[in-house]
Design a protein around this ligand. Structure first.
Ligand SMILES: [Zn+2]
Length: 401
C-alpha cells in the first residue's frame, strides 16, 4: 500500500524524459512508482490532480532565508513549501560569525530543505554593505566553519559589489575561491554592482577565476559588471565559462534582472541553466513575488514548459550536487514534488528596471510534497494571490462602475 498517490496530473519531468498523463505513488518519503495508471485502491491517500502539472520539487537556487538574523531574510517555508518550492539554496546570508544560526535555529524550525552557502564576509548579510574592510574576511574562521559543517554548506558566496572591490580588488573573489577549493565545495559569485561604482571590465578577470561546477548568479543584471560589454555584446569569457562547465543562474532580486539584458544574452546564444528568485522580504512584496512567477517570466521570454522545469529542478540539483536525491521524479528519489496550475489570462510581469512583459500563461502553486508530506501553498504574495498583475482593458480604471 502506497502512502500517497498523486493521480491524474500531467507529469512534466525532463530528467526522466516524461511529459504526459501519469500517476505518482509515494511510499516512505520516496518516489515509489510513476506510471500511466496506478489504481487508487493501492494507496492510503489519493489526491486528484486533473488539469494540474506535476514536477519534481522546485529548487530555488538563490534566496535568503536567514530569518531573524538578517533584516530581509524570509521565513524558509514562506518561500518554500508554502510557495510550491521544496528546497531553497540560501545564497550566503550567513558568514562564519553567524552561520551557527542555520543549524541551531532555522533548519530545525522549518519544513523546507535549506542548502546554505557561506558568505566570504564573516558577518554575511547581517549588515550592509557586507565587506567594509579587509578584516571583514577571516579566512581561518571561514575554513573552520566549513570544516565543522561539512555536508551542510554547499559552497562559498562572493558578491562583486562596492565597496568590497574598492577595498580589496580581485583579492576578494580569490580568497572566496580559495575557501571553496580548500573545503572541496564550490564558489557562487554575484555579478552586477548595485552601487554602480566599479569598473565594469572586472568581469573579464572574474570569469576566468571560475572553475567547472562554480556558479555565476544574476546573469541578466543590468548593473556594471554584467556579461554584456558597453556595446551590448556578450563578453567572450562568459561563453568560455559556460563551455568549461560553470553554472549560469539568473536570480531576480530587487536590483539585478533585466528583460532587455536577458534577451540580448539569449539572442547571442547564452542560456541560463538555472532560474531563481533571490527572495527577500521586500523582494517578495515588490519585485520577485515567487518562484512560480519567476518561472512565468521565463515562459514569457520564450522558454518551453519543459525547459523552465529543467531550470527549476534538475539543473539546480546538479549545480549544488544533490542530483542523486533531488530534482527528479525517478523511482527511489526523495519524494519532493511540486504540483502547479498553469492558468490562462492576460497579465504583465516586470523586471527591476521598469520594463514589463505581457504573458498569457502563469504558474500558480497548488500543492507541495516534501519527503512525502503534503503542504498546501499559502495565499500568495499579492492581495489577489499568486497571479501576476492583470492587464486592464484599454481605458479601464480597474474599478467597478
Ligand atoms: Zn542574493
Amino acid at each position: 500500500m502506497y502512502d500517497l498517490l498523486l493521480k491524474g496530473g500531467t507529469v512534466v519531468d525532463p530528467s526522466i524524459k516524461l511529459h504526459g498523463a501519469h500517476d505518482v505513488a509515494v511510499q516512505g518519503g520516496v518516489i515509489a512508482r510513476v506510471a500511466p495508471v496506478i489504481p487508487a485502491v493501492e494507496a492510503a491517500r489519493t489526491i486528484d490532480l486533473q488539469g494540474k502539472i506535476v514536477t519534481p520539487g522546485l529548487i530555488d537556487l538563490h534566496a535568503h532565508v536567514f530569518d531573524g538574523f538578517t533584516k530581509s531574510g524570509v521565513h524558509p517555508d514562506l518561500g518554500g513549501v508554502y510557495a510550491g518550492v521544496t528546497t531553497i539554496v540560501d545564497a550566503g546570508s550567513a558568514g562564519s560569525a553567524t552561520f551557527a544560526g542555520f543549524p541551531q535555529h532555522i533548519i530545525p524550525n522549518c519544513h523546507t530543505e535549506i542548502i546554505p552557502f557561506l558568505h566570504i564576509c564573516q558577518t554575511g548579510l547581517a549588515t550592509m554593505p557586507d565587506i567594509i574592510a579587509e578584516g571583514s574576511i577571516n579566512l581561518g574562521d571561514t575554513l573552520d566553519v566549513l570544516g565543522r559543517h561539512k555536508g551542510l554548506i554547499a559552497g562559498i558566496k562572493a558578491r562583486m559589489v562596492s565597496p568590497a572591490l574598492e577595498i580589496m580588488g580581485m583579492e576578494m573573489p580569490r580568497l572566496a575561491r580559495r575557501a571553496a577549493r580548500e573545503s572541496g565545495t564550490r564558489l557562487m559569485v554575484h555579478i552586477g554592482d548595485t552601487e554602480k561604482r566599479y569598473d565594469p571590465k572586472v568581469i573579464h578577470s572574474l570569469l576566468p577565476l571560475l572553475e567547472p561546477g562554480d556558479i555565476v548568479t544574476h546573469l541578466f543584471t543590468a548593473n556594471p559588471g554584467g556579461v554584456l560589454d558597453g556595446n551590448g555584446k556578450l563578453v567572450p569569457e562568459a561563453v568560455e565559462a559556460r563551455d568549461r562547465g560553470v553554472w549560469l543562474d539568473t536570480a531576480h532580486g530587487r536590483k539585478n534582472f533585466s528583460f532587455d539584458v536577458g534577451r540580448r544574452v539569449i539572442d547571442q546564444g547564452l542560456h541560463p541553466h538555472c532560474i531563481s528568485t533571490d527572495l527577500t522580504v521586500p523582494g517578495r512584496l515588490e519585485t520577485v513575488h515567487s518562484m512560480t512567477e519567476i518561472m512565468t517570466r521565463f515562459l514569457g521570454l520564450g522558454y518551453t514548459l519543459d525547459q523552465v522545469v529543467t531550470m527549476s529542478t534538475e539543473n539546480p540539483a546538479r549545480a549544488v550536487g544533490v542530483e542523486r536525491r533531488l530534482g527528479s521524479l525517478a523511482t527511489g528519489r526523495q519524494a519532493d514534488i511540486s504540483v502547479l496550475e498553469m492558468r490562462e489570462g492576460d497579465w504583465k510581469v516586470h523586471d527591476v528596471v521598469g520594463a514589463t512583459l505581457r504573458v498569457k500563461q502563469a504558474f500558480v502553486p497548488f500543492l507541495t510534497v516534501k519527503k512525502g508530506q503534503v503542504f498546501t501553498p499559502d495565499w500568495g504574495p499579492r492581495p489577489w494571490g499568486w497571479e501576476p498583475d492583470r492587464v486592464l482593458p484599454a481605458g479601464g480604471s480597474g474599478g467597478c462602475c
